[in-house]
Design a protein around this ligand. Sequence first.
Ligand code: SF4
Length: 439
Amino acid sequence: MSDVPKKLYIKTYGCQMNVYDSERMAEALGGQGYEQVDSPEGADMIVLNTCHIREKAAEKVYSELGRYKGLKAANPDLKIGVAGCVAQAEGAEIMRRQPMVDLVVGPQSYHRLPEMEAKARSGEKALDTDFPEELKFDHLPKGRKASRGPTAFLTVQEGCDKFCAFCVVPYTRGAEVSRPVSRVLREAEGLVEQGVREITLLGQNVNAYHGQEGGEDWGLARLIRRLAEIDGLDRIRFTTSHPNDMEDDLIAAHGDCEKLMPYLHLPVQSGSDRILKRMNRGHTAQEYLRLIERIRAARPDILMSGDFIVGFPEETEEDFQATMDLVEAVNYGQCFSFKYSARPGTPAAERPLVEQAAADDRLQRLQTLLTTQQRAAQDAMVGREVGVLFEKAGRLPGQMVGKSDHLHAVHVQCDLPVGTLARVRITESGPNSLAGELL
Ligand code: SF4
């Protein structure tokens, strides 16, 4: 292997799990002499780590690949790979439609990237979209990247068994798998040794975590409580959760585990029982509302976040009104909302779409309400004292930016180093962030 590092450019789409995966892919290819760079120009290898959640995801990947044609023509040694959920869904079709692609790797197989890269270097095509028996995490480099900020993602669970009618995850990421407790702890301790003070535990359905330790089954709450014992780790978050897996001990942890931050992303998707049933969500709107009540009883200042799909097949104005009523009842601090679009291969994709003008209008009404709630939650922070973990310098001289306990971005005039967790009084609420002063 030459001493000059080869350049690796990874473009990441989609969720935080892909951000985590891209980091681990870069670590895996680090052993092959690759160093990550910020631009595709001059790279020896380009990997698109794709997401299948958005509309026309595969088409967007093909058009992105088209942009690299010039780079490949200028440098025939450039290797191009497609990873992630589109790779899983499309498989060999990607190489058929874009012959310049050298390797295609699904989300469960990227620990095999070094062998696949070697195969591609020898001029062969490399394709791996298996769901291997061995857990990829066991085969990835044990140490995490040396230079990093004070926050990190840590995947503890992958896959989903819920089969919501609109979602591709159970098909692209496979069945639910949890990493063993000891591996998670080792990785977390390693991150803290490198200066990480906040860890976000990731999983497609993270609160379905059931890891093994000494023959015992650990749920997410027990894992969080154990992680909270790590000295130097100050904050723990987790995402994304399903309401049906919000078990009692996890709710209780929000009340009694100080390091577990008061922010919870708990998607419901619709407020109509009829649509929830058609979505195969497995719960009613009332059950969700009761759950929120119990969570707020444990942690009254928790900031709730969620996801909504508007214009799901067969959604009527009455169904949509039930969604608006649920949003009013919950009062979200932050939310993501989308107009329904079909994902090929999912049950809902077979159903007729609602009239698009009606769906657009509903989305606009919902987003207006959610934005009002979000702004009110932010404004309500003014005058409060919060913890802020500084992540980087702000745009103004002498300014630092960090996240509050409730995940609001906060700007503070100070010269504290990155990684400092400070007490701050919030003085102002802007359109997308807060301003505060050190206490
Ligand atoms: S619970 Fe989430 S990941 Fe699983 S199928 Fe439903 S939307 Fe997809």
